[in-house]
Design a protein around this ligand. Sequence first.
Ligand SMILES: Cc1ncc(COP(=O)(O)O)c(C=O)c1O
Length: 274
Amino acid sequence: MIKFHVVNGEILPAEQASLNITDLGLLRGYGIFDYFQMKNGKPFFMDDHLRRFYRSAEKMQLDVGYDFEALKEQIYRLIEANGTDTCGIRLVLTGGYAIDGFTPVSSNLVILQHPFKVWDEKIFTEGINLITHEYVRSMPEVKTTNYYTVILLIPEMKAADALDVLYYNSDGWISETSRSNFFIIDEEGKLITAVDKILHGITRGHTLAVAKDILPIEERNIHLSELKTASEAFVTSTTKGIVPVVKVGSDIIGNGKPGPLTQKLMEALRLRRE
Ligand SMILES: Cc1ncc(COP(=O)(O)O)c(C=O)c1O
């Protein structure tokens, strides 16, 4: 049971942990976040996530207000207060309170602790469907709090029994899904994933690191037309690790089942994470 969160350095009971309604995150959508998981006290790639949080903050001209070690200390104090070290940790940084509703003054930093998210095993054993949508995220390399495009697509995803939406640009080049990075394995057994105009996922980086010993890799943009001949596909993200993709729009990937190379990568990543 999560009883506490942190607001601007102060541990507060969950029901009192709040920001004022003049916050620029609310009024102007001006904010960033990051999220990582911890199991039995072992954080999964926490330093990578914190480093990305600082990079996102810098690109958005936001000041975290604490150095790396002080931030970590707040996270550990929160975990101790809640008395549970199997969890998700979400750091949110906003433009802060704006007297005129527009001009940033001093940022607000919130650290939320969440229960550890457990996904239905079926997504790993049977794979998932994706729908497609033409959309290019602005500042794609920054983990902003703006996810309204995918939220608007929830009814469409439900209708297609899809777990996420694959974004592509007006020329049909795929970037990533709304909350994960996207990979295909081509007919020759080569792993391909986009490198431009994406959020550089922490799981993407670790997947590429383990993949080096398993199959050849090419980091380049993938065109929608390549889905027709891809033998396997998968997505990567912090909460799910690697998840096989068996259908994108109307295209069935490979034989419509999670592929053997994807399964090998899933196991290699699991060992690296835990
Ligand atoms: C747009 C986008 N791409 C990729 C990812 C995957 O990143 P990570 O592996 O760090 O979770 C996310 C995660 O939230 C995301 O929002």
